[in-house]
Design a protein around this ligand. Structure first.
Ligand SMILES: O=C(O)c1cc(C(=O)O)c2c(n1)C(=O)C(=O)c1cc(C(=O)O)[nH]c1-2
Ligand SMILES: [Ca+2]
Length: 690
């Protein structure tokens, strides 16, 4: 696709940067050179007022310093900057403070996140960021702790649990915590395995719990929860079937990424995820909207009380989520000044809602989609029959990776455009007949691709592959249209940041970190990073110098999808990269890539055992090791002789626990581990060509 022409919008004058009154919350109005919260300020626009780097000199950007992060896992965090110090966080929540001028490490804090929790993270044990308030840096750990650190020395000030370890649900946290006024608000993950999603708030000074709001109903047999959500649970429960697996698997709706805030309206906006099992047939007897799945829910920031919600996909069953970036702006729409929220969730639409009332203002599709036949007068979507699947496979667009996932979106008040990585995709969904849930594993309820269904699925997947495309998209929310798009090689392009000089920054699957003209998408600068940076970048100013910082670590859900399709790129370990004009530090050469895979052992098991192993692998191992055992953390088709010899010790006894490989003897027995092993031997032999 060619570059579309420049938007006709003329740029309004630059934001007024006059000094804020002394008593104002710094998170509402941070100093221009600082970046002290995930989205930079409460609008979460990821828009910086800094102007030293502009379209004419951005080509002179070079590395000021970098740090090798000693991991090949995805690094998804947006770093933070305050007072000369850059804060970053990695897998297992290892958190580091750097001298932002030199890259010297000031402190590192390791919360010793139990590696067993890696099993529960759908898309690697990532962390999308941290929060700051006054003298504190706050992290949320994969195993559910919220920890406040002294920002100067990295020592713990308080620590609290956000979920109980014996809840029976597969909770984990990958999202960033956020500070809103005097509270820290955090969500959690697990909607692909089985949890009851909720959001909770804590006193920023003490860590004491302020409120908790459940996003799905509890089993009424257990009585009320005594939480902020209790008053709306009767309404919520009516949107679910009487009997359904939501009682056992929790219903999901996890706020695993974006949570936003308006300090004047005193509202917290919670973006919620998919439900579990994904197939509505299994979780709710094909009945109901299933609140608050795939919604934005507005809560009173002080009490957590329900204010309004807008559900983007009633009865969602495609692993779409409404957890993507939630951005506030004040826009003139149809001659009226509106306080809006914007979101481009997985389902392929761009939404504009009134953030005071939740009223649906408008939505438009930015990729090919086949689920939506319009919106009714209340803004409720009309879902096509085409996408409601039974045992017969259905082609649905977008697919479960989403047209826009968690990769942070930015908005420029100057151009009036939102910028995000878009992914046009489709997927084939079908119910697996006779499926039953497996605690603590992936629980989609999808499958049954054998016989005739398998043949149809193969044909439809070929169609799905044809529509696949990726872009950096600039979107005009007022007129609901694409302003421009830059085609990119594949899915998994990174988060976006935009500056007051109309420069957009994004990591790309060209394995570069790149700058684009915010008005028309022309490429201004591209820096080879030896990896595709998926995270959001930031910019800060120190001693009169403007810096740009980004984590370059390819991984997470996008890498899983790519590797599942057999695509892996040569790459270096993850790095934190920091640029400035005239920076002249060079990266070391790309390390030697893996040599030819070792010859696998001969397959001795029956077809039946291999099929059983494939099923168990899909439910138990694929979240880390990829579809069809391709790629993921390690390509299991390429195990060496020694690893084959220790297979059961690794899987059942936790031999590699320190590397993050979970221990599975709670859900797998010897025979099942052997079946998985034989499936992998079969896959390795296919790969070897015999
Ligand atoms: O339903 C959930 O709880 C949940 C959690 C997460 C996560 O925590 O990373 C992802 C998803 N879903 C998901 O659907 C998804 O596409 C996804 C991509 C990524 C990633 O980090 O790249 N995480 C997640
Ligand atoms: Ca999900």
């Amino acid at each position: 696709m060619a570059l579309a022409s420049c938007t006709a919008t003329s740029a309004p004058p630059a934001a007024n940067l006059a000094a804020a009154p002394a008593n104002i919350d710094p998170l509402a109005n941070p100093a221009p050179g600082e970046w002290i919260s995930d989205g930079r300020d409460y609008t979460a626009q990821r828009y910086s007022p800094l102007t030293q780097i502009n379209a004419s000199n951005v080509g002179q950007l070079g590395l000021a310093w970098y740090d090798d992060l000693d991991t090949y896992r995805g690094v998804e965090a947006t770093p933070l900057y305050a007072d000369g110090v850059l804060y970053n966080t990695l897998s297992w929540n290892i958190t580091t403070a750097y001298d932002a001028r030199t890259g010297e490490v000031l402190w590192t804090y390791d919360p010793h996140t139990p590696r067993e929790f890696g099993r529960l993270a759908c898309c690697e044990p990532v962390s999308r960021g941290l929060a700051m308030s006054g003298n504190k840096v706050i992290i949320a750990t994969l195993d559910g702790r919220l920890i406040a650190l002294d920002k100067d020395i990295g020592e713990e000030l308080w620590s609290t649990r956000t979920f109980e370890l014996d809840s029976g649900f597969a909770y984990s946290i990958t999202g960033a915590p956020r500070v809103f006024g005097d509270k820290v608000v955090v969500g959690q993950s697990g909607g692909d395995l089985g949890v009851r999603g909720f959001v909770s708030a804590y006193d920023v000074e003490t860590g004491e719990k302020a409120w908790k709001f459940f996003l799905t109903p509890g089993d009424p047999a257990n009585g009320p929860d005594g939480e902020a959500s209790d008053p709306v649970m009767a309404m919520v429960r009516q949107t679910w079937s009487e009997e359904g697996m939501w009682k056992t698997l929790g219903g999901g709706a996890n706020p695993w990424d974006s949570i936003a805030y308006d300090p004047e309206l005193n509202l917290v906006y919670v973006g919620t995820g998919n439900s579990v099992p994904h197939a509505r047939f299994y979780r709710s007897n094909n009945e109901g909207d299933n609140l608050f799945v795939c919604s934005i829910v507005a809560l009173d920031a002080t009490t957590g009380a329900y204010r309004w919600h807008y559900q983007m996909n009633p009865g969602e069953e495609w692993d779409w989520t409404c957890t993507s970036s939630i951005i506030s702006a004040d826009l003139e729409i149809d001659g009226r000044q509106r306080q809006v929220l914007m979101q481009a969730p997985k389902n392929g639409f761009f939404y504009v809602l009134d953030r005071a009332t939740g009223e649906f203002i408008s939505a438009g599709a930015h990729v090919y989609q086949n689920w939506n036949a319009g919106f009714d007068a209340n803004g409720r979507p009309i879902t096509t029959d085409q996408v409601r699947y039974g045992v017969d496979p259905r082609l649905v667009a977008p697919g479960p990776g989403g047209a826009h996932n968690w990769f942070p979106m930015a908005f420029s008040p100057r151009t009036g455009l939102a910028y995000f990585p878009a992914y046009q995709s489709a997927f084939v969904y079908a119910l697996q007949p006779g499926w039953t849930p497996q605690p603590m594993r992936s629980n989609s309820g999808w499958g049954g691709y054998t016989g005739e269904a398998g043949r149809i699925r193969g044909e439809l997947m070929a169609q799905a592959n044809e529509i696949e495309k990726a872009w950096l998209t600039a979107y005009d929310p007022v007129n609901q249209r694409i302003a421009w798009q830059v085609p990119l090689p594949r899915h998994g392009n990174g988060g976006v940041m935009v500056t007051a000089t109309d420069v957009v920054f994004e990591g790309t699957t060209n394995q570069t970190f790149a700058a684009f003209d915010a008005r028309n998408g022309s490429v201004l600068w591209e820096y080879p990073t030896q990896s595709a940076p998926v995270a959001g970048s930031i910019t800060y100013e120190l001693d009169g110098v403007q810096y740009i910082a980004v984590n370059a670590g390819w991984g997470g859900g996008a890498a899983q999808i790519e590797r599942g399709a057999g695509i892996e790129m040569p790459r270096a370990p993850a790095r934190l990269l920091v640029f400035k004009l005239g920076g002249n530090v060079a990266l070391p050469p790309l390390p030697a890539q893996a040599s030819a895979p070792p010859e696998p052992p001969a397959l001795r098991a029956s077809e039946e055992i291999v099929r059983r192993g494939a099923e168990l692998f899909a439910q138990t191992c694929s979240v880390c090791h990829g579809q069809n055992a391709i790629g993921g953390v390690a390509d299991l088709r390429h195990m060496d002789r020694e690893t084959h010899g220790k297979f059961n010790q690794i899987v059942l006894e936790g031999l590699y626990l320190d590397k993050g490989m979970g221990r599975f003897d709670d859900i797998l027995d010897q025979e099942q581990a052997d079946a998985i092993h034989n499936y992998l031997i079969a896959r390795a032999n296919e790969d070897w060509g015999r």
